[in-house]
Design a protein around this ligand. Structure first.
Ligand SMILES: *[C@@H]1O[C@H](CO)[C@@H](O)[C@H](O)[C@H]1NC(C)=O
Ligand SMILES: *[C@@H]1O[C@H](CO)[C@@H](O)[C@H](O)[C@H]1NC(C)=O
Ligand SMILES: *[C@@H]1O[C@H](CO)[C@@H](O)[C@H](O)[C@H]1NC(C)=O
Ligand SMILES: *[C@@H]1O[C@H](CO)[C@@H](O)[C@H](O)[C@H]1NC(C)=O
Ligand SMILES: *[C@@H]1O[C@H](CO)[C@@H](O)[C@H](O)[C@H]1NC(C)=O
Ligand SMILES: *[C@@H]1O[C@H](CO)[C@@H](O)[C@H](O)[C@H]1NC(C)=O
Length: 574
């Protein structure tokens, strides 16, 4: 009976699984093909009224005119759920590469395309040309050949002469087409996961002869000139990769981006459709998500930090010996600074929205203070760990805790006093590409960002370095001790040792180090991970604290246990 049930379940599973790819087959069938075959009846929704509903889109000037005159209000065109419009969009995306072929395949030696939204120049070029070719790339202007010796101040594209020399053996003359496309507000050529916007909505394409040009030694240089951009805008040279995803997407492969003050140079090793994407370092939607995660995480952290502190005092009350446990005291200090930081963060945006300058400066300073306290206590944790594990002989420091507290709470106060006297606290904002505010906090104001770099970034960088060194030494000591005392429980111990190191690195601020990965390609996942882990640090420390100190038989005396294993326990108890 059981077997029967089991096999029924199994066959059901198999059926379901095999249905899934089938479903995909059906979906994958070319619906556009069906649309072309059948006359457009009422069963097919229309797609705006752009005259592209007949199915075919001949590669000629008339079609280019139709496409570039699509009104910006044509929202249907971008809807994924409208099959008909998806087909039209795919057709438009593949139209332009074909149009380029059409241009370079033209009989005339010279030609100019000058319609609204699409400007192109086609030129017959000698392959034995002795200089580089430069064309202007001004939006809404037909590209012009520029004198290479002259100053090039606007946007332009430079074709290296090596490109022509490489095809010299095949032909004496080659057609070069330079196309500047205004994709407008319509939103064509948009990657599903694209957050940035195109510079001036312009796409540029260069085509040499009828061939695919890839793997150039001397790259094609595209220079995009633009004014000063808002802060926090990342620029990236990309090309439209028709093979990416279901409908194509932007790809950076083979293109280098060189940033300048009022321009960006792209150096690409192949010829296709290029653009300059401008990504806000933090777009509004992501910022809102991160805020939500951080709010929830900090709320949880506040609760568990308070629990950790209560647990400490309860233990202290119950066990006399606990009073002299410096390590536990340090944990509690770190937890307290974390509690302050979480509270400061939770209050911050609420106080910002009040719009009161003085209050904003106050909470900005308080946030800075609690952050610095957190960093400092993390360093003190590492220092204590170092003393316990490396210097095994008990050294006695007079008024040890008092001195540590002075450093842990006093030094940040000193820094904040100095920073505050420079009037550095206030409104801090992060802008998106359109110069709209995505993040607004009471913090070090944007005019004093150097204070932020020195007191937070550099200070934290130093602490992270110190803590990493201590952690490496401790981990090494821990594992070498384990090897020396290797027995039956070897595996379990290694596992435990690994967990200990992981827990310690969390305690010593490892998760904060993630901040350094929130730049560059991996930025978004790292930003999410950073937010989740850091806002939950209070919970992690509570677990750590509870596991270490929750009264079990003989546990409270463990930090004074002796012998070879004593060192290991000491390490894992700090
Ligand atoms: C497609 O989705 C949009 C919302 O995203 C909706 O307004 C529209 O009615 C849907 N169209 C069809 C044909 O289902
Ligand atoms: C195009 O240019 C080539 C080389 O300069 C010349 O031989 C040919 O006659 C030209 N054709 C036209 C149509 O002008
Ligand atoms: C480039 O410089 C020339 C002369 O210096 C000037 O006339 C022209 O407007 C400039 N172009 C741009 C795009 O700044
Ligand atoms: C962004 O807006 C602010 C005012 O809100 C203005 O001072 C600043 O110049 C703008 N930046 C750019 C690059 O447009
Ligand atoms: C980008 O293009 C390169 C070369 O064509 C390809 O190897 C790579 O997979 C593409 N990247 C993506 C994300 O599609
Ligand atoms: C960002 O998103 C939030 C919530 O979705 C919205 O209230 C706010 O107006 C948006 N800000 C900008 C600059 O788009």
């Amino acid at each position: 009976m059981v077997n029967l049930l089991h096999s029924m379940k199994y066959s059901f599973l198999v059926t379901t699984l095999s249905l899934l790819p089938l479903l995909d087959c059906v979906r994958g069938q070319d619906k556009c093909w069906a649309l072309q075959k059948e006359p457009r009846g009422d069963s097919y929704p229309s797609c705006c009224d752009i005259g592209l509903t007949d199915g075919d889109l001949p590669v000629q000037l008339e079609s280019a005119r139709k496409i570039t005159s699509i009104p910006a209000s044509c929202e249907e065109l971008l809807q994924e759920n409208n099959t008909f419009c998806s087909c039209v969009r795919d057709k438009i995306h593949s139209f332009w590469p074909d149009f380029e072929e059409y241009l370079t395949g033209n009989d005339a030696n010279e030609s100019v395309i000058d319609i609204t939204g699409a400007k192109a120049r086609v030129q017959n070029v000698r392959t034995s040309i002795a200089h580089d070719l430069v064309f202007t790339l001004t939006p809404n202007e037909v590209p012009k050949e520029l004198d290479t010796s002259g100053k090039r101040n606007g946007s332009n594209v430079k074709l290296p002469r090596g490109l022509f020399q490489s095809i010299r053996s095949e032909t004496d003359y080659v057609k070069v087409a330079v196309l500047v496309l205004d994709v407008g507000q319509v939103g064509l050529f948009k990657d599903p996961d694209q957050t940035g916007t195109m510079l001036d909505n312009v796409m540029v394409s260069v085509k040499v002869g009828g061939r695919q040009i890839t793997g150039l030694n001397d790259c094609v240089e595209l220079t995009f000139s633009h004014g000063l951009l808002p802060q926090n805008v990342a620029r990236q040279c990309v090309f439209w990769d028709t093979k990416k995803g279901r409908r194509g997407g932007w790809n950076t492969s083979g293109c280098l981006t060189e940033l300048r003050d009022r321009g960006t140079m792209c150096c690409c090793d192949h010829l296709t459709f290029f653009t300059l994407l401008m990504n806000p370092s933090l777009d509004n939607a992501t910022a809102q998500k991160l805020f939500t995660i951080a709010d929830v995480g900090c709320g949880i952290s506040v609760v568990f930090s308070a629990l950790t502190i209560s647990l400490y005092f309860a233990l202290r009350f119950a066990y006399k010996i606990f009073k002299s446990n410096d390590t536990a005291k340090i944990h509690v200090n770190l937890t307290s600074s974390l509690l302050l930081l979480n509270l400061a963060y939770l209050l911050n945006r609420r106080i910002f929205s009040l719009g009161h300058t003085g209050l904003c400066k106050g909470i900005g300073g308080f946030t800075h203070y609690s952050l610095l306290c957190c960093f400092t206590w993390m360093a003190i944790e590492a220092f204590q760990l170092y003393l316990l594990v490396i210097k095994v002989t008990n050294i006695y420091i007079r008024h040890y805790m008092a001195k540590l507290s002075l450093v842990g709470w006093g030094f940040p106060a000193l820094v904040v006093t100095i920073t505050g006297s420079m009037n550095s606290y206030g409104k801090y904002t992060i802008m998106d590409t359109a110069n709209r505010t995505t993040v607004a906090l009471c913090w070090i104001d944007s005019a004093h960002l150097v204070v932020h770099y020195v007191t937070n970034c550099s200070y934290f960088g130093l602490i992270l370095l110190f803590n990493t060194l201590v952690l490496v030494v401790v981990a090494w000591k821990l594992f070498s001790l384990q090897r020396a005392t290797a027995g039956k429980e070897e595996k379990r111990k290694a596992w435990k040792g690994g967990l200990t190191v992981l827990g310690l690195s969390c305690l010593l601020g490892g998760t904060w180090g993630l901040a350094f990965f929130t730049y560059g390609a991996m930025s978004m996942p790292a930003a999410y991970l950073f937010t989740v882990l850091n806002s939950l640090q209070g919970l992690f420390i509570f677990i750590w604290f509870a596991v270490l100190y929750y009264p079990k038989k003989g546990a409270t005396t463990s930090s004074s246990s002796s012998g070879k294993n004593g060192k290991v326990t000491t390490a894992s108890h700090s």
